[in-house]
Design a protein around this ligand. Structure first.
Ligand code: DNO
Length: 352
């Protein structure tokens, strides 16, 4: 098998032991980051070395970082951007020295993913993350206090309002311009030190509260990839994020970018879209949601994908408690299922 199976682990904040992760069949890589340094600051090399050593003691490899966060001033193109870009590049170099091969990041304004509830209970008693439009509609970020679960609580509501205004002023084209500046500076450094940068899509891939979101669909991915032509300029193709917009054909997108060798990291999970466009995260099996999981894996195998794959968000099952979306049990089931799909696709395509 060419792919490297990976698992996200939250260091000291994770109740899951590395030993248990290493017991998942086929597990290879740990995906993590230095989480105790704020965006815009340099990561201590000792922290990276410690992660590497801890993983190695369990027979795992620390070679994927998720994420080096992009400071808001870079996305807004204001203030000390040049200094922040230098710090970003320095972090890439330090990761490379610690053995990292792939760095995930995103260019989402203000917040990472958006959900309205992190523990929605399904009929079988499992819980998962959901986004329901009726819980978002009617909220005005410039007037109301917005405290969605999972959103960065370090901002005051006043700061959030100021950021919303700043993004409204620059709009989508402003974000594109700032992404271009970021890529032109960062990708050559990554290429030089043998790291693939993997951009995570906006999750969900459409505007939330009018915030400009640009990594959303095939057309925009093409525009983004054309900014810098480098084998280090890649996608983190998150099936569940792209997949919660019905207009995205995730199998076709996987096929296209795998053929171009522009996928470095696959986040594989399924998602169930409801009639009003709301969505629920569900178990990994194709039959549980809207995505054709075999189709996605088959497209990867067809183009000899040899990058990283991780089971993405799982449900909470079997009474497990912990970080929503990041329990051990359902993600381990996801990993086993994904490996099964790879084995089947390799046999079907004569690549076993
Ligand atoms: C959600 C994750 C994202 C992802 C970042 C990458 O659980 O998929 O938070 O790590 O967007 O920068």
């Amino acid at each position: 098998m060419k792919i490297k199976l990976a698992f996200r682990w939250w260091l000291q904040n994770d109740p899951i032991r590395l030993k248990y992760i290493s017991q998942i069949p086929g597990m290879h890589s740990i995906v993590t980051a230095v989480y105790d340094v704020p965006p815009g600051e340099v990561w201590p090399e000792e922290s990276l070395a410690e992660i590497k050593n801890r993983c190695e003691r369990r027979g795992l490899v620390f070679d994927v970082v998720e994420s080096i966060p992009v400071h808001e001033n870079i996305k807004l193109g204001r203030g000390n951007v040049d200094e922040l870009l230098d710090v970003y590049c320095e972090n890439i170099r330090r990761c490379a020295r610690a053995g990292v091969k792939c760095v995930t990041y995103n260019f989402m304004p203000i917040f990472d993913w958006t959900r309205t509830q992190l523990d929605k209970m399904a009929e079988d008693g499992s819980t998962s993350l959901v986004m329901y439009w009726d819980q978002l509609n009617g909220l005005d970020p410039l007037k109301d206090d917005i405290n969605l679960p999972g959103w960065d609580a370090s901002y005051t509501q006043e700061e959030v309002r100021e950021l919303f205004q700043a993004y409204a002023e620059i709009g989508e084209e402003g974000v594109w311009k700032n992404l271009e500046r970021f890529l032109k500076k960062v990708i050559p450094v990554a290429e030089e030190c043998g790291i693939k940068m993997a951009i995570h899509p906006d999750d969900p891939p459409y505007p939330i509260f009018g915030l400009p979101r640009i990594i959303t669909c095939e057309e925009n991915i093409d525009r983004m990839l054309a900014i810098v032509d480098s084998p280090s300029h890649c996608l983190c193709l998150c099936t569940g994020s792209y997949g919660c917009a019905k207009t995205n054909d995730v199998v076709a997108m996987t096929e296209k970018y795998a053929a171009k060798k522009r996928i470095a990291f696959m986040h594989i999970r399924n998602v169930k879209i409801l009639s009003d466009g709301s969505f629920e995260e569900c178990a990994h099996l194709s039959s549980c949601g809207n995505l054709d999981m075999y189709g996605i894996v088959r497209a990867l195998v067809k183009h000899d994908y040899d990058g990283y794959v991780r089971p993405d968000h799982g449900r909470m099952i079997w009474g497990e408690t912990g970080k929503p979306g990041y329990g051990l049990y359902d993600r381990a089931l996801g990993a086993a299922y994904i490996m099964g799909l790879f084995e089947a696709a390799e046999k079907e395509l004569g690549k076993a």
